[in-house]
Ligand binder design. Structure first.
Ligand SMILES: NC(=O)C1=CN([C@@H]2O[C@H](COP(=O)(O)OP(=O)(O)OC[C@H]3O[C@@H](n4cnc5c(N)ncnc54)[C@H](O)[C@@H]3O)[C@@H](O)[C@H]2O)C=CC1
Ligand SMILES: O=C(O)/C=C\C(=O)CC(=O)O
Length: 358
């Protein structure tokens, strides 16, 4: 049955395909950019240098200080560098941390971003940004931070380590899974979500078998585009709230925390979102959405326990308090009255036991 819906598409240009980085010059010209600042993490400097070399005189410089969760000090340094170098565009080549740094610059200056993603986080498709100040992460939404152009070149993710490929892929699946029961879910995004989960569920075991399998890398990046689009267009719920709390306040690694929490958050919502569960299970090719996600992580070597990715058991109470104090919309209530249920969920996730519905 088709529900009533409203849907706003976001204005972006996407160029997809192995070797598509070759179109960089054409895409920079289309943005009318003359001096582009290239952003990366220290570990991805070689890729940034390749981009700068391709740009020649259109390269304003390289800023290689991107780190996870965009500390405000890093954002200030990058904004200053963009200003000092007279940049009129930012090129972010890397994962969500690098795209996030580009967003911090765009938020301040309105500079257009051209994103070249090398992980499966999906930030390039969203108008959401995150900034961390004094240990507290705030997230926001602003049209200025939405990258104008995205170049998806699977060749650039060939070297993404297998462990990170698995967890980053599940980070992408999380966007699509929650999009299926989001407050503003719509049939267009439902289609993209199902195809995105299916592409990623195909790609993850194939990449684990052979990290250089370009068909699998292409599937994964296609899934990234689909799942990231869902994240950018419809809302998020309990799962993302828990991950933002655990990542932002306890400094847990982003894609790993998504991988551990997702089966438990999906199980929590299973009873109130049966149609979404059906779609997720069908896309995964398993009878149960929550157990299928748990198996996808475990069978592909990812950690399935918060205790194995740096969470201390004594911090679970505080995490539950934070998660319910300012909850995101969720199809099932998750306010202070549900604090005990959320604490139980976190305990299960901490121990790494299979998810329990209800
Ligand atoms: N605003 C949004 O819509 C979204 C934001 N995010 C944010 O993105 C951040 C996490 O992004 P991730 O992509 O998970 O991690 P990341 O960008 O921090 O990358 C993780 C590590 O992998 C390395 N790396 C990246 N691509 C590589 C490649 N192809 N080969 C080898 N090494 C590579 C990076 O240098 C880094 O050391 C978080 O801060 C999260 O909050 C994530 C999703 C959506
Ligand atoms: O949790 C996610 O994967 C999606 C959104 C964010 O990470 C928000 C942000 O820090 O940019």
């Amino acid at each position: 049955m088709i529900r009533d819906f409203s849907y706003t598409s976001l204005p972006q240009r996407v160029v997809f395909g192995a070797g598509s980085l070759q179109h960089l010059g054409r895409e920079i010209d289309a943005l009318r950019a003359r001096r582009a600042l290239v952003l990366c993490t220290p570990g991805q400097r070689d890729k940034a240098e390749r981009v700068a070399a391709m740009l020649g005189a259109q390269a304003a410089g390289i800023f290689d200080g991107a780190v996870m969760h965009v500390p405000i000090e890093t954002a200030r340094d990058a904004r200053q560098a963009a200003h000092n170098l007279g940049a009129d565009c930012a090129i972010a080549i890397g994962g969500g941390s690098t795209v996030g740094l580009g967003k911090a610059i765009a938020l301040d200056s309105g500079l257009p971003i051209l994103a070249i993603p090398t992980t499966y986080a999906g930030s390039e498709m969203t108008p959401f940004y995150g900034l961390t100040e004094a240990g507290l992460k705030t997230t926001g939404k602003d049209a200025r931070v939405l990258p104008r152009t995205v170049i998806y070149d699977p060749e650039l993710s060939r070297g993404l380590p297998v462990a990170l490929s698995v967890t980053s892929g599940i980070n992408a699946i999380a966007h699509a899974a929650e999009g299926l029961y989001a407050q503003d879910a719509n049939p267009v995004m439902d289609l993209m979500a199902e195809q995105g989960i299916a592409a990623m569920a195909r790609a993850i075991p194939a990449i684990r078998r052979d990290s250089g399998d370009m068909q699998a890398r292409t599937d994964a990046l296609y899934g990234t585009w689909l799942c990231g689009t869902v994240l950018g267009c419809v809302g998020i719920a309990l799962h993302h709230k828990l991950c933002h709390t655990l990542g932002g306040s306890f400094n847990l690694p982003h894609s790993e925390v998504h991988t551990v929490v997702l089966p438990h958050a999906i199980a929590f919502n299973a009873g109130v979102a049966p149609q979404a569960m059906e779609v997720i299970a069908r896309a995964l090719g398993t009878p149960s959405a929550a157990l299928g996600l748990y198996a996808l992580a475990k069978d592909n070597g990812a950690a399935v326990a918060l205790r194995d990715i740096g969470m201390r058991e004594q911090d679970l109470d505080r995490a539950a308090d934070l998660a319910v104090s300012n909850p995101y919309w969720n199809p099932r209530p998750i306010g202070p009255a549900e604090r005990g249920l959320i604490r139980d969920l976190l305990q299960r996730a901490w121990g790494g036991v299979p998810p329990v519905e209800g």
